[in-house]
Design a protein around this ligand. Structure first.
Ligand SMILES: NC(=O)c1ccc[n+]([C@@H]2O[C@H](COP(=O)([O-])OP(=O)(O)OC[C@H]3O[C@@H](n4cnc5c(N)ncnc54)[C@H](O)[C@@H]3O)[C@@H](O)[C@H]2O)c1
Length: 360
């Protein structure tokens, strides 16, 4: 226990047990405490996971046993929490999306750099083995000329999901399929393809009439590397099926479904390809059918990487700087849907974007 790095969790809602289980299962990190405004939730959580409880972030930040704070509050609250953690000299893992605006993300990057603390984002799909294999193959040029990169997220969330907590139906709190659910897969395309040149998006609410949010996103994108792509994301499509990430080039095609490699085919077949084709399992849930229908191992990987990053004094595996372009692309999609036109990046007026972006 003594040589483990101590973690504190801010927020004990839906995602917190995934962090707690990752820590309890880890030899590198230790779950020290959680901070939560709801005393009922805090009591239940500390009882279940056997950690200390604090009623505020400020009081948890005084705990010297905590070196890293995982920020698990609703999206619009991440920014303030990051600034407070950095001021207290704590390293930070912030859940996705890191913040609601590029201005906030830039301030977070700057503040953490000045405070000498590390900040990583929990976009745990990046560490899946099929995605890492695609990333390596792209770096090695195995796809040839990249032609297409697509993300399909055909999920289902019941109407009741949007009313579990007030922020889930509030656009200004970071709700909506684009910024909330699809953010993972928009991020995977950005991570694999690099910067976006322009995007044309349409957003609609197909099946959740009690909320004024987009539950469905359709977007066509051009990447700066010359590839084109599609993002199709929805929480309206019962019963919900596993996400697909597809990359096609002149010399190869790779497709991940859920967390397993579905297709891995290159003109230059290599001995290791047989093993890569077996990556992942169709039995592992990845969120398609309900908000807690996924495993904690990817979270554990991101958490343990933060421990290694601290010990090795390097950046975490998903540094916040690498997520800024994902947020910019997501904002560009909101702008495109709102203006009903093509948006060429960079995004110029992000403040206007959160005004009524949904088509009903
Ligand atoms: N990486 C993933 O796969 C994944 C999955 C689900 C959610 N998330 C992200 O995790 C974050 C939280 O989502 P959730 O579904 O757990 O939300 P939630 O509403 O279930 O939980 C948030 C908790 O934060 C608490 N809280 C709010 N303000 C607080 C404050 N100032 N101090 C202490 N506690 C406070 C709330 O009382 C609540 O219990 C969001 O950013 C979401 O996007 C990520």
């Amino acid at each position: 226990m003594t040589d483990r790095i101590g973690f504190g969790l801010l927020g004990t809602g839906l995602v917190a047990p995934f962090h707690a289980k990752g820590l309890l299962n880890s030899q590198k990190g230790a779950l020290i405490a959680a901070a939560e405004v709801s005393s009922e939730r805090l009591e239940k959580f500390t009882g279940e996971f056997g950690c200390k409880g604090y009623s505020s972030l400020e009081s948890m930040l005084e705990d010297p046993a905590i070196q890293v704070v995982n920020i698990l509050t609703p999206n619009h609250l991440h920014y303030d929490a990051v600034l407070k953690c950095a001021a207290a000299g704590k390293h930070i893992l912030v859940e996705k999306p890191p913040a609601m605006s590029l201005r906030e993300v830039d301030a977070m990057i700057d503040t953490c750099a000045k405070a000498g603390v590390k900040i990583g984002v929990v976009l745990q799909c990046r560490v899946r083995k099929p995605i890492q294999a695609m990333k390596r193959a792209l770096a090695e040029g195995r796809f040839g000329k990249i032609l297409h990169a697509d993300a399909y997220m055909k999920w289902f969330r019941a109407e009741s999901y949007y009313h579990m907590d007030a922020w889930r139906s509030s656009r200004r709190s970071g709700a909506g399929v684009t910024i909330q659910h699809a953010f993972h897969y928009i991020d995977l395309l950005q991570y694999l393809m690099g910067p976006v040149k322009q995007v044309r998006a349409r957003m609609s609410n197909l099946a959740h009439p009690s909320v004024e949010l987009e539950d469905t996103l359709l977007a066509m994108v051009d990447f700066q590397n010359g590839a084109q792509g599609i993002v199709e994301a929805s929480t309206a499509l019962w019963p919900g099926t596993d996400i697909r990430i597809e990359v096609n080039g002149t010399d190869g095609t790779a497709i991940m479904i859920g967390e397993r490699m579905e297709t891995w085919k290159f003109k230059d077949e290599r001995p290791e390809d047989e093993e890569i084709r077996a990556y992942g399992s169709a039995a592992v849930a990845t969120g398609a059918t309900g908000p807690a229908d996924f495993g904690f191992l990817d979270h554990q990987t991101v958490i343990e990487d933060m421990v290694d990053a601290i010990r090795e004094n390097r950046d975490p595996v998903i540094p916040i700087t690498s997520v800024r372009p994902t947020l910019e692309w997501a904002l560009a999609m909101y702008q495109s849907a709102k203006e009903d036109g093509l948006v060429v990046l960079p995004v110029m007026n992000e403040d206007a974007i959160w005004e009524a972006a949904v088509a009903k």
